[in-house]
Design a binder for this molecule. Structure first.
Ligand SMILES: Cc1cc2nc3c(=O)[nH]c(=O)nc-3n(C[C@H](O)[C@H](O)[C@H](O)COP(=O)(O)OP(=O)(O)OC[C@H]3O[C@@H](n4cnc5c(N)ncnc54)[C@H](O)[C@@H]3O)c2cc1C
Length: 519
């Protein structure tokens, strides 16, 4: 057998994969290979915080579609996913929301030992360089620049003070601070002090280009993990020219290809539900029924108001947010409402003429009860996965978004917001709310949960992110979340990368690495 050239192979240079590549290669003795299916991040629109909408549907986007969704009135919708160095962090809307402390405590209660809020907080802080300064909840000196809404036009007193008039905390409230419920504040973003997007690549990879022990392949698709006697030994590659190659490692393969592609790679490797593998003619390596299951995603539901105050277009999609729990039975924040006081410039090319100044509320269902799945289209690695999120399958999800419409209307009628409110345009006072919810909800691109951590029969990885029953194979990305966080997902993915790196390094002390080289 060919000799391993690398200690670790990381698949996918997105949020988690880039952090891992940086941390694992910090020791020059450790040889790391990072493999990314997309290209280098040289496209200027990546770095311009307003440029990303122009990248959706481009070569830098996997451009996946869901199956027809009965809960969305039969619609199939596009789920953009980054395919470039930086992954989702190169084409996303850059909002930095860690989630609710109770999300992580719930993970722990579900079997993810060591992932409770107090345990994960240091890993959020480890990456962070917070423009406003260090505190119990924030850190400076990390690689990733985090700052509050950088665009003055986007800051909306009408929204933030309006929320306080409904009894919520605000307007200067930090949802990444002590509490994430019942408050409104400015959104935080992964944007640097020079007003450039800080992607996982710009934060964690560009500044270490001199490291000789980190090799990065771009435009190379990993088709499957090579497994010998239930031990991962490397990966098989499909280069853009169509030729296949194998590359080996001595320590571990780590899959960080995101919640829609990591399960695809596992399935193509023979790890997944036995019946699905058989249907696709893939030899079974490990019967893990949970691979690709438990898919969760957040839905957004735009509500548009006519605005009495003409303002310039905003540079980002949104700048303010309110976090609440609207369903009595929910155990944690189930609704985020973003707000922009004028038309976002990045969306101007794709929106119809709205006939004058508008402001936009964006309710987001952040604790969906509906569960879907990712399955294989075929055994061909070049085929896109079949993505069925089963959106709004559960009535509870329709209830949250219906209550969101009521809450937005209350907020729009607070004394402060009435200064701006020129009348509800969408959905409009006479609308059938359930029909509105089902016909207008769309993804906010936060798929998660498809290789969940835990100990039950449907879990795929243990609390150390090791794939059950296979040695030297871990998953570290949005797939491992047992339940999706109550807010935009990228911050938790950076955290997962940080915690995974520490666990991996602890499992393979460098003295061991030296020994294995001598042996
Ligand atoms: C349009 C959009 C807007 C978003 N807005 C926000 C936001 O404002 N705030 C927020 O918190 N979150 C946002 N998100 C979500 C956030 O970006 C993701 O949750 C996060 O990037 C997921 O991180 P990850 O590490 O799981 O995977 P990703 O960042 O998706 O990275 C996975 C990487 O693996 C690569 N890959 C996949 N398959 C293979 C393969 N077979 N071989 C080699 N490489 C492979 C991909 O090309 C990709 O680079 C948005 C996402 C999108 C797409």
């Amino acid at each position: 057998m060919e000799q391993p050239g690398f200690d670790y192979i990381i698949v996918g240079a997105g949020a988690a994969g880039s952090v891992l590549a940086n941390r694992l290669s910090a020791d020059p003795q450790i040889q790391v290979l990072l493999i990314e299916a997309g290209s280098k991040d040289t496209e200027p629109a990546i770095h311009d915080p307003g440029g990303f909408v122009s990248l959706w549907g481009s070569d830098l986007d996997w451009n996946l579609s869901t199956t027809d969704q009965p809960g969305l009135g039969g619609r199939a919708i596009t789920i953009n996913q980054g395919k470039v160095l930086g992954g989702g962090t190169a084409i996303n809307a850059m909002m930095y929301v860690r989630g609710n402390p109770a999300n992580f405590n719930e993970w722990e209660a579900m079997g993810a030992t060591g992932w409770g809020y107090q345990s994960v907080l240091p890993y959020f802080k480890k990456s962070e360089n917070f423009a406003t300064g260090a505190s119990e909840f924030h850190a400076t000196g990390g690689e990733l620049s985090i700052r509050e809404c950088p665009d003055d036009v986007m800051r909306s007193d009408h929204f933030l003070i309006g929320a306080t008039q409904l009894g919520y905390d605000g307007p200067n409230w930090d949802y990444n601070g002590a509490r994430q419920e019942n408050g409104a504040g400015l959104l935080q973003f992964h944007i640097d002090k020079n007003n450039h997007r800080d992607s996982s690549a710009s934060a964690f990879l560009h500044n270490i280009s001199e490291r000789k022990n980190l090799t990065i392949y771009t435009n190379v698709l990993v088709s499957n993990v090579l497994i010998d006697d239930r031990k991962a030994i490397g990966v098989e590659l499909l280069a853009s020219a169509g030729n296949t190659e194998q590359v080996f490692c001595s320590k571990e393969v780590i899959l960080s290809a995101g919640a829609l592609h990591t399960p695809k790679i596992l399935l193509l490797s023979g790890i997944g539900p036995a019946n699905e593998l058989e249907q696709n003619g893939i030899p079974l390596v490990a019967d893990l029924p949970g691979v690709g299951k438990n898919l969760q995603d957040h839905l957004q539901l735009p509500m548009i108001y006519r605005s009495k105050i003409a303002m310039p277009n905003t540079t980002l999609l949104t700048g303010n947010a309110l976090f609440v729990k609207v369903r009595e039975e929910s155990s944690v924040v189930d609704l985020q409402i973003n707000f922009t006081p004028s038309l976002p410039e990045p969306l101007a090319p794709v929106l119809p003429d709205l006939g004058g100044p508008v402001c936009i509320f964006l309710p987001i269902l952040v604790q969906p009860k509906s569960r879907g799945e990712v399955t294989l289209r075929s055994a061909n690695p070049a085929d896109k996965p079949v993505v069925n999120p089963n959106y709004l399958d559960q009535e509870a999800d329709v209830e949250v978004l219906s209550k969101a419409v009521e809450l937005v209307r209350k907020l729009a009628n607070t004394p402060k917001f009435l200064e701006l409110n020129g009348g509800e345009m969408v959905p409009g006072a006479d609308a059938d709310i359930e029909a509105f919810v089902r016909s207008q909800s769309t993804t906010i691109w936060h798929p998660a949960g498809t290789c969940k951590m835990g100990t039950d029969a449907m879990s795929v990885v243990d609390a150390e992110l090791r794939v059950h029953g296979i040695q030297n194979l871990r998953v570290a990305d949005a797939s491992v979340m047992p339940t999706v966080t109550s807010g935009n997902t990228v911050a938790a993915c950076f955290m997962i990368g940080e915690k995974a790196a520490e666990m991996i390094l602890a499992a393979h002390p460098v003295a061991d690495l030296k020994k294995s080289l001598i042996d």
